[in-house]
Design a protein around this ligand. Structure first.
Ligand code: ADP
Ligand code: TRP
Length: 323
């Protein structure tokens, strides 16, 4: 079983990224035989057009991976741009990808609607993502629900390539989505996302994080009255962070009333700090030792290449390019 996933370095990691993606990565590396996790800096070029900024943000995602528990002894951790073969495979795949498939992609339309420049790179983004996955013949791809369509496209593209060039050349991957935390709400109740400006950042300074938690949008139910639980952002976030043994008591604060939203927000803030205390400490340490992080990425690149070189040789040969 080979697992692969990537995270774009397009902003600071938030708790949606943690529950929707990185927590699964950490769990999977304990169980799966082989794990590949990478910083998708080539993908982030669709939104970041400043070299220095991209380089630093990509580096920081690697730092965050390590801080949150990805272990280079168990996982191959690398930077996408360190394996430029993905862009070559992306080209090969693009020649068997029907235009209609990309035109049906909702992520392109959503991003353009949000004001991102409608470049060819943005349109072809799913092909590059397919290349990331197919280039290591990944079996399973842990992602948030919003990436489901990209995985469907990846399967279609892999099938088209295999159909054209040879059965079994590329492995058809499956997405892995945890249903109960599939979409983490942001402080305004919409899906938490960097692009909505509604995030709780994992590594925000404490006072900033407190301010953000206190500004979670709530309704005007009086302190003494029972609070709604469905569609209640604070309830959903508390459920994510509360240890299971304490959950019935917290749930009663909503269903029985008598506890104000302000108090519940303070409780959430404390839980978030507790959850990430160790990760914050490790992050400080890693930021003082950038050479170590670069060494991890170099080692990851070498280990990724060992797999990628074989797949690329097969694919080039099948397409009639290279030797
Ligand atoms: P953003 O929406 O903030 O730009 P990304 O698209 O970079 O986040 O997502 C990185 C990973 O985190 C993906 O696997 C994505 O599905 C997951 N993810 C992002 N936001 C959430 C969320 N609110 N709930 C669950 N998972 C999420
Ligand atoms: N598109 C993904 C996101 O925005 C990031 C990504 C790029 C990815 N390549 C990938 C995720 C390959 C999984 C596998 O979150």
């Amino acid at each position: 079983m080979r697992i692969l996933s990537g995270v774009q370095p397009s902003g600071n990691l938030h708790i949606g990224n943690y529950f929707g993606a990185i927590r699964q990565f950490v769990r999977m590396q304990e169980e799966a035989a082989e794990c590949f996790f990478f910083v998708a800096d080539l993908h982030a070029m669709t939104t970041i057009h400043n070299g220095e900024e991209l380089r630093e943000k990509a580096f920081l995602v690697a730092v965050d991976f390590l801080s949150l528990g990805l272990d280079p002894a168990r996982s191959v951790i690398y930077r996408q741009s360190d394996v430029p073969e993905v862009t070559e495979l992306a080209w090969m795949l693009s020649t068997v990808t029907p235009m209609g498939l990309l035109q049906r992609g909702h992520s392109y339309k959503d991003k353009v609607a949000k004001g991102i420049a409608p470049s060819h790179g943005l349109f072809a983004y799913p092909v590059l993502m397919a290349a990331d996955i197919l280039i290591v013949r990944a079996d399973k791809v842990p992602v948030g629900k919003d990436q489901k369509q990209h995985l469907e496209m990846t399967r279609d593209i892999a099938a088209a390539f295999n159909q054209q060039y040879g059965a079994g050349l590329l492995t058809i991957p499956e997405e892995y989505i945890l249903p109960d935390v599939a979409v983490v709400p942001g402080i305004d109740g919409q899906k938490m996302s960097k692009s909505y400006g509604n995030t709780l950042e994992i590594f925000a300074p404490e006072n900033e994080l407190r301010k953000r938690v206190m500004s979670i949008v709530t309704d005007s139910t009086p302190v003494e009255a029972p609070k709604p639980t469905r569609g209640n952002t604070l309830y959903a976030l508390l459920k994510l962070f509360t240890p299971p043994a304490e959950w019935p008591a917290t749930k009663r604060c909503f269903t029985e009333g008598g506890t104000g939203y302000g108090e519940l927000k303070k409780r959430l803030f404390g839980l978030i700090l507790d959850t990430f205390r160790e990760a914050r400490r490790r992050r400080e340490e890693l930021l003082r030792d950038r050479g170590y992080v670069e060494a991890v990425l170099r080692d990851g690149r070498d280990r990724a290449k060992a797999v990628i070189d074989g797949v690329m040789t097969d694919c080039r040969r099948a397409c009639g390019i290279g030797r």
